[in-house]
Design a protein around this ligand. Structure first.
Ligand SMILES: [Zn+2]
Length: 233
């Protein structure tokens, strides 16, 4: 059994960058709600029957090609950061990216059932990062996806009753007027075949619902613009 522990700094870094990519205009992109890509760093502890992957912090890739519907990381950034982290005593564990959905693009139940999972191209990318069944010299990789969907409909006003674990490795939570889903999955590669390992996600900050104490304003569509949102304090 594998446990992925998201520290509070790692979670807050992911949320900050996830919402920045959701709400703030980037360069000359024609829409908001684009995906970010970052790397997970931390350390691993093993017992005889469990492996604990501790995500201490997240490094967001400023060189990633960020778009609505897809993000492409830059391999040079991965190799550079992996070596930098190793020198500083951290393990390179894997990656995180977002799945941002505007309310008119995907219903909340769809976001809950399919949006919070990895796409086929995500899985292909995770597979390609293994070299001879080794992920940067390690037997496992850890990948996470943070799905964010705003709720601007009267009928969808902030409701937190579904907050909590959807599955052992997916946690649903509410921030501002958005629903978020954090999924973490450990992978191995055996004889060239990508394998999902049994994974549990752990985060004290999420499990204690500490995020509900913050005030984040709300995110809404700009009048007359289908793909542009704004943050209202
Ligand atoms: Zn994805």
């Amino acid at each position: 059994m594998h446990y992925v522990h998201f520290s509070k700094p790692a979670l807050v870094q992911s949320l900050m960058n996830g919402f920045e990519a959701f709400v703030v205009k980037h360069g000359n992109k024609k829409r908001h709600a684009i995906e970010f890509y970052g790397l997970l760093f931390g350390h691993t502890e093993e017992t005889s029957r469990t492996v604990h992957h501790h995500v201490d912090f997240v490094s967001i890739d400023s060189s990633a090609d960020m778009n609505g519907g897809w993000v492409q990381n830059n391999e040079d950034a991965t190799f550079l950061k992996e070596q930098f982290a190793y020198g500083a005593g951290y393990d390179f564990l894997g990656s995180i990216h977002t799945h941002p959905y505007l309310s008119q693009e995907m219903t909340l139940p769809e976001a809950r059932t399919s949006g919070s999972h990895f796409s086929d191209s995500d899985l292909q990318n995770f597979h390609e990062q293994f070299s001879e069944d080794s992920f940067f010299g390690r037997p496992f990789s850890v990948h996470a996806v943070l799905a964010i969907r705003n709720k601007d409909d009267e009928s969808e006003r902030q409701r937190i009753e579904r907050d909590g674990y959807l599955e052992p490795n997916i946690f649903e939570f509410s921030l501002a007027n958005c629903k978020c889903f954090l999924k973490a999955q450990v992978f191995s590669c055996k004889n060239g075949v990508l394998k999902r390992e049994d994974t549990s996600l752990k985060s004290d900050y999420l499990e204690k619902f500490g995020y509900l104490e913050g005030s984040f304003g709300s995110v809404k569509l700009v009048d007359g613009k289908q793909r542009i949102v704004e943050h209202v304090a």
